[in-house]
Design a protein around this ligand. Structure first.
Ligand code: AMP
Length: 560
């Protein structure tokens, strides 16, 4: 965080909520939380301009939990989300933050699952309902009173809901909730359509926007990689194989993440340590001193714990988890490139965080180029380079000091000089894989998410030619049993994100979430894994489906 925040305890939240948040590993409120929580607690309507990655879910979930009357077993808060995926995520977040508030019940309501149990859960006393608009309207048609006790309404990702065509459903829902409610609207963008909704349905809303002053970043080479959230640690390990760093700081969001990544690095033989808010001051100083004098090479830290850390040896900053705002990003990467040295900053971006990357680029006025994970050949080259470097100073003097020993060993072992050298190498490298086939076996695929298709032989952000023999890009992802891949000509350039496709197929195809496999959105097309069984019927059902205003036109895709 770049601004001073007073911590969660200063926010006037119920101590049970604060305890749950701290137990989750959050150390300080993010900027959007810091600004929104007091406004929502005070009962104002609010428009929050924030995208995924800023901590917006907790920004509304915490104050709403604070307001819930646990003794009343009826819907009190309604959160509307564009997709089933987001609705489930928000519902899970509520449950996490309510862990120490017995009696709070949360229900997620979305299409593609039977309606009966959802309605029963609402009637049985869920105080918090997280719903997609389409399915909620179906419930309203069955029971128009179902939302009559709601006092708090949140529209999450309002711009996405409009893009998915939920405008009419929203109007129906607004009408079904008492006019005395408090309404909070979150949206990454505020086009005229959103402002019109706010004008009609919000009362004197307060505006919250994370003010981003233009920031300047110099002398630091920046790049980003698209990677799925659960692949971050393998991605970091692979990047470290090829990055030539002196000291490195890796930023993550939670205490647990500092521990997990530091443990994974230590297991690979790196001199690494975690730095988080739980670490006592004297231990913190020891870690920083060790990073300064080379007893440690990598520190994995949260933003809070890294405050004031100034170590000139740092050549690399890895943003393993996205910073909350561009200021934090600039602050983080400013740890490198000290004292006129070159610095390099890498940012891992999950598919949902792509917008945050754009905000960072806008605020810093710089493009953060896309990098790719090194392929096995690059990993092998880097290993051999390191080995060569470590041997170079030794070969000059070895002939004189060990020549006789070498002759004697080859004689005693009855082997060739080459065989002896090979044996010594194996011993010296601790059995590390040093041929391509072994490196390939050792480095399982780390599926990355590509926002743009690249053409063969395109230059990477570092000016090298990328290796188009790259097996990770060519090899099709293996399909699960009973699934086939389908293709649509809609892609990122049409403004499509995976969640839009997921939402459309769930809502209009009537499939259960787990029936849909991986969704890969490329620039000019997307691939979606669907069940083979009943595929023709499903494609017929989706014949007229539109996503982001365009025809989906889904077809079976044959790899070869
Ligand atoms: P959101 O923008 O709501 O999708 O949140 C993005 C991620 O940030 C989620 O994984 C949250 O668990 C995490 N997060 C939210 N607030 C905080 C915080 N104050 N400290 C650490 N992590 C947070």
């Amino acid at each position: 965080m770049t601004q001073e925040t007073g911590g969660f305890a200063a926010l006037d939240l119920n101590p049970n909520i604060v305890a749950a948040v701290l137990a989750t590993g959050y150390e300080e409120p993010s900027a959007i939380q810091h600004q929104s929580i007091p406004i929502i607690l005070a009962g104002h309507d609010m428009i929050g301009q924030a995208q995924t990655g800023t901590g917006k879910t907790a920004a509304f979930a915490l104050p709403i939990l604070n307001k819930i009357d646990v003794s009343k077993r009826e819907p009190q808060a309604l959160i509307l989300a564009p997709t089933r995926e987001l609705a489930l995520q928000v519902a899970t977040a509520f449950e996490t933050y309510a862990k120490q508030m017995p009696g709070v019940n949360v229900v997620a309501v979305y299409g593609g699952a039977p309606m009966g149990p959802q309605l029963r859960a609402i009637r049985n006393g869920a105080q918090i309902v997280v719903a997609t608009p389409g399915r909620l309207c179906d419930h309203l048609r069955r029971d128009e009173k179902v939302l009559s006790t709601v006092q708090y309404l949140v529209l999450d990702e309002a711009d996405e809901m409009l893009k998915l065509g939920f405008m009419d459903d929203l109007e129906v829902i607004f009408d079904a909730i008492p006019a005395t409610r408090q309404t909070v609207l979150f949206s990454a963008t505020l086009p005229a359509s959103i402002r019109a909704i706010a004008e009609r349905h919000l009362r004197e809303p307060k505006h919250v926007k994370i003010q981003s002053k233009t920031q300047t970043v110099t002398a630091i080479e920046q790049a980003h990689l698209m990677v799925h959230a659960d692949q971050k640690i393998p991605a970091v390990l692979r990047l470290l194989e090829v990055e030539e760093f002196d000291a490195l700081i890796a930023f993550v969001r939670t205490k647990q993440a500092t521990l997990d990544l530091a443990a994974a690095l230590e297991a690979k033989g790196y001199k690494a340590a975690a730095l988080n808010g739980d670490i006592a001051q004297n231990q913190r100083e020891r870690v920083i001193d060790s990073l300064k004098d080379g007893r440690l090479d990598i520190v994995v830290a949260t933003d809070v714990a890294a405050r004031g850390l100034d170590v000139p040896r740092i050549t690399h900053v890895f943003n393993v988890d996205m910073p909350y705002d561009p200021e934090s990003y600039v602050h983080r990467i400013g740890r490198t490139g000290r004292a006129g040295r070159d610095g390099r900053a890498l940012l891992l971006v999950t598919p949902r965080e792509r917008r945050m990357l754009q905000v960072i680029e806008r605020v810093t006025g710089q493009k953060v180029a896309e990098a790719r994970l090194p392929n096995p050949q690059a990993v092998l080259d880097a290993r051999i380079k390191k080995l060569t470097k470590s041997l170079a100073p030794l070969v000059a003097e070895s002939e004189a000091s060990h020549g006789e020993l070498f002759d004697r060993l080859t004689a005693d072992l009855g082997c060739s000089a080459r065989a002896l050298a090979s044996a010594l190498l194996r011993k010296a490298t601790n059995g590390q894989a040093l041929d391509l086939a072994s490196v390939e076996r050792e480095q399982p695929l780390v599926p990355t998410h590509t926002p743009r298709e690249r053409s063969t032989g395109e230059r990477t952000e570092r000016g090298e030619r990328s290796d188009r023999g790259d097996r990770e890009r060519r090899a099709p992802m293996p399909l699960a049993e009973g699934r086939v891949r389908c293709r649509t000509a809609l892609g990122a350039r049409d403004g499509i994100a995976a969640k839009n496709l997921l939402g459309a197929i769930l809502n209009e195809g009537g499939l259960a979430r787990d029936a849909i496999g991986r969704i890969q959105v490329r620039d000019s097309f997307s691939l979606i894994e669907l069940p083979e069984d009943g595929l023709e019927r499903l494609l017929t059902k989706l014949k007229d489906t539109r996503v982001a205003g365009k025809q989906l036109k889904l077809r079976r895709y044959r790899e070869d």
